[in-house]
Write a protein that binds this ligand. Sequence first.
Ligand SMILES: [Fe+2]
Length: 268
Amino acid sequence: MFNNIDLFRKNKLLKNIIETDTPLMIYAIADLHLSLANPEKSMNVFRGWKDYIAKIRKNFGQTLQEGDTLVIAGDTSWGMSLEQSLADFHFLEAFPGRKILIKGNHDYFWTTKAKMQKFFSDNCLHSFEILHNNCIISEGFALCGTRGWINDGSEPFGQKMIRREAMRLETSLAEGEKTGLPALCFLHYPPLYAGNACEEILSVLKKFKTAKCYYGHIHDPQGHRHAFQGIYEGTRFRMISADYLDFAPLALNPEQTPQGKEGNAVHP
Ligand SMILES: [Fe+2]
């Protein structure tokens, strides 16, 4: 039995298969920092962000097809409420494919899953799904993740918060494990950065033998230089911050490097 959203997706999917015969893809990106209704918060003034909305429009438009999945790993919109973020959600809704949202540290619109789902439904935003204490299946993968935590001194240290995020990650990866499918893990915060490690998050990744983990949050070439990309204790880490990817979603099946660049595989 399908509900309306399932039927909507199924019809679009069939249309894609019949008309284009193209494989369905999983893409990922983080930190879009949209602010269509709040131009004073535009990121245009920052290095590497000039005309970023135009770049997103062009790159998403050229890449996403009906039936594809796009994971947006946090910091999606500067809106302080769902209503203030509505224009940003409509902007994303216009592109084909499912959009999976993870919470970032600047997603002040984030509220309960039930309230967000109702808001999306009330505003004809049919392509959004929320990855929070759950897993979502796409193209033979279990998509798992949570906001996570960074241990770089920039956030107030809170053992309670770290433990909560580690528990959310464990819940999500456990749900993924039940599916029997390989997991792709998404975090907003990098658990490894500039020589620091968030052991609580890393131990959960290790426990579930997570092969691939993608994260955002890090901006500017100065910040990117300190990001860890490579394999650490069996998990391959990749940075998917929008400005690092030049605002083009990264294809995960098969994984492609942004602009042909290989990551900086340096032990933290
Ligand atoms: Fe962030």
